[in-house]
Design a protein around this ligand. Structure first.
Ligand code: MG
Length: 367
């Protein structure tokens, strides 16, 4: 089965509410209002169609589409779709000088997902069963209801809504210049939702070591489940020091681009919960390698964003614990994933099981 064409389109999906986080949405800039979604369609000479996607927030969507269309697509034509590793090897070495992480890797992720979509369709299996079929649903926590631009009252209301749907808990954004503001906000949410409710906090790289230490100790006392991205994503030494000072687990990984980058943190004892992003690490293939690595370090994996595709990893293999419920890309799909008692059900259709209709493509396409 040979690849006959590779087509890339760029969708722009409005967010339900503008969002502000620690640093990821810029240095206290305006809230983000749109998520960009480059979509890849691979057609084969047998008529089978594979589809993959990736994402971009503040920048890079147009460039990702261009990399797929101009640099990656022509390399794929005529190759056997099942020679997946050979294809990735070729793409890696063509783009390494400008890639390795960042938008090129994220563009490759969309192709990797499309190849896995084809592979699972060839096997007539949903991807999570092809990967191992550990379970058919994965627990989620509410992740789209704790932004810095929301009041404590709004966060509590969103939290109750998530808990009412049976979710395991909620994640709150922290990361004001003065951590005291965040400590107070988290205390108030904790008080309103109750002692036993699962709450994680995420600073999106905002703080330095002294402020992260101060905040981390307070979050620990408030019984928070993990302290996510306390400091700059490249700061291995700082996170290792912080991990030694705190009992609350340090979680990170969403901004790292490969098993090599994640290994630096594992080896240094700088992370206790690893959160790879399927797009940012280059797709399912690299995610699987990262999951194996984390197993060696006895470190749980909690995928970042991309829940519609990540659910296949959380249901396919051991070690991938839960998912964040962040339905930003959901409007692009014909059918939203089913949520039952706080668990996301993996799609049972062969492949990724995610349909994007022509009508939806038309609606959201910007390039
Ligand atoms: Mg995060």
């Amino acid at each position: 089965m040979q690849i006959r064409s590779c087509d890339a389109q760029l969708l722009a999906i409005p967010l339900e509410r503008p969002v502000v986080s620690g640093m990821s949405s810029g240095d206290r800039g305006a809230g983000l209002t749109t998520i960009f979604m480059p979509v890849v369609t691979l057609t084969t000479d047998s008529g089978l169609v594979g589809r993959g996607y990736t994402w971009a927030l503040a920048a890079g969507g147009t460039a990702m589409r261009s990399v797929i269309q101009e640099d990656i697509g022509p390399e794929l034509i005529g190759l056997a779709a099942c020679d997946h590793e050979q294809i990735l090897h070729k793409l890696y070495w063509k783009t390494q000088g400008v890639g390795r992480h960042g938008l090129v890797t994220q563009a490759i992720a969309a192709v990797d997902l499309a190849l896995w979509d084809l592979r699972a369709q060839m096997a007539s299996l949903p991807l999570f069963r092809l990967l191992g079929g550990r379970r058919d649903r994965a627990p989620v926590y509410g992740s789209d209801g704790g932004w810095l631009n929301m009041s404590v009252e709004e966060i509590v209301e969103a939290g109750r809504d998530y808990l009412g749907q049976g979710m395991r808990g909620v994640k709150l954004k922290v990361g004001h210049d003065d951590p005291g503001i965040d400590i107070e906000r988290v205390s108030r949410v904790r008080e309103a939702l109750g002692e036993d409710v699962w709450i994680a906090v995420d600073a999106n790289q905002k703080w330095d070591l002294p402020r992260a230490t101060r905040a981390g100790r307070a979050f620990e006392a408030l019984g928070c489940a993990w302290f996510e991205e306390p400091m700059l994503c490249d700061d291995v030494i700082g996170h290792a020091k912080l991990s030694r000072r705190l009992d609350i687990p340090v979680a990170l990984g969403e901004t790292l681009g490969s098993r090599f980058e994640i290994h630096s943190f594992l080896q240094a004892g700088a992370v206790e919960i690893v959160q790879p992003d399927l797009a940012r690490v280059g797709g399912v293939t690299e995610f699987l390698r990262i999951a194996s690595l984390c197993e060696v370090y006895r470190c749980p994996v909690e995928p970042h964003l991309m829940m519609e595709a990540s659910v296949h990893l959380a249901c396919g293999i051991p070690g991938v614990e839960g998912l964040e419920y962040m339905p930003w890309l959901t409007p692009a799909f014909v059918e939203p994933l089913r949520l039952e008692d706080g668990c996301l059900l993996a799609p049972e259709a062969p492949g990724l099981g995610l349909e994007i209709s022509e009508k939806l493509m038309e609606r959201f396409r910007v390039a």
